[in-house]
Ligand binder design. Structure first.
Ligand SMILES: C[S@@+](CC[C@H](N)C(=O)[O-])C[C@H]1O[C@@H](n2cnc3c(N)ncnc32)[C@H](O)[C@@H]1O
Length: 271
């Protein structure tokens, strides 16, 4: 059997539970996706239906399986230098104005498998010569965070990395890593990966000069967007920049930011 149909009641239970845990809103169109992605877990445990699986992840007896369900139900698509204009803006408008002294701090707040924070690390290493910087990269999915920490990617994922960055910050795999690319160790050391659930109370992470919150708000409803952005803004320095995905909007979400370009914002007080 390839899959098992999920009843409306089972779907509603899982949907509501995942919403409470992650903030991810799933409409009825996601029914097939949910049953398709979770079916192998039912098989793994020899369960007869989604009601039994729901009982397993909500019982509190198997936090690991709850994390697996979250890993399976999040969408982690990403790539290096995604939304090029953001990197161009940083390179030409933001980094040249960074003052010496102190550590430039960046948060990639839904970093998926690491392509976004490593792209930022390359740009900062190039643009902030002789200055200190650090990147916090976080996600709710432990599966993608593990991948991200390794910094090892199939060669075909790297075509958007500018050639001079490829040369400077990446190593070509050999032997068992043939066809792979490894982010160079010193650059990897600039990025700290941590699990952070954006809808949970925020851990003590300090203040940031730049926050990337890209391509995750599309999964949230208005109330969740407000809550998440409100929390993150507490961690943004008064003159800090805030970037969202091009297909996302902050309309009705916050009035604390001023738009500089579509999807690029700064604290209203900074202008
Ligand atoms: C489509 S990826 C975006 C990756 C990257 N920011 C980009 O733009 O390419 C969305 C990521 O958001 C994460 N995510 C979803 N809900 C989350 C939550 N409540 N807290 C933290 N991360 C979450 C998912 O695990 C996924 O890796």
């Amino acid at each position: 059997m390839e899959t098992l149909s999920i009843t409306d009641k089972e779907f509603a239970q899982i949907r509501d539970f995942i919403y409470r845990k992650t903030g991810i809103s799933m409409g009825d169109s996601k029914k097939a996706l949910v049953s398709g992605r979770l079916f192998k877990r039912l098989q793994y445990y020899g369960l007869r239906n989604f009601t039994e699986y729901f009982a397993l992840i909500t019982s509190g007896s198997s936090p690991k399986e709850l994390q697996t369900a979250i890993d399976l139900l999040t969408t982690n698509e990403t790539y290096f230098f995604r939304e090029e204009k953001h990197f161009e803006f940083l390179k030409t408008q933001v980094l040249p104005a960074v003052r010496r002294g102190g550590t430039y701090r960046v948060w990639s707040a839904a970093c998926s498998s690491g392509e976004e924070p490593y792209s930022l690390a390359m740009l900062l290493a190039d643009g902030l010569v002789g200055m200190e910087f650090e990147i916090l990269a976080s996600d709710i999915s432990t599966r993608v965070l593990e991948k991200a920490r390794r910094g090892l990617y199939p060669m075909e994922r790297v075509e958007r990395i500018p050639p001079e960055y490829l040369k400077r910050y990446c190593l070509r795999g050999t032997g068992e890593y043939d066809g792979m690319l490894l982010i160079e160790k010193q650059l990897r050391a600039k990025v700290r990966f941590e699990q952070v659930n954006l809808i949970a109370p925020m851990p003590e992470v300090g203040q940031f000069d730049l926050i990337f919150l890209r391509n995750v708000m599309i999964y949230f409803d208005m109330e969740t967007k407000r809550q998440v952005v409100g929390q993150l803004l507490k961690a943004l320095k008064p003159r800090g920049y805030f970037f969202i995905g091009h297909s996302e909007s902050l309309m009705g979400v916050t009035d604390k930011l001023t738009m500089l370009r579509p999807s690029i914002y700064r604290h209203a007080s900074a202008e």
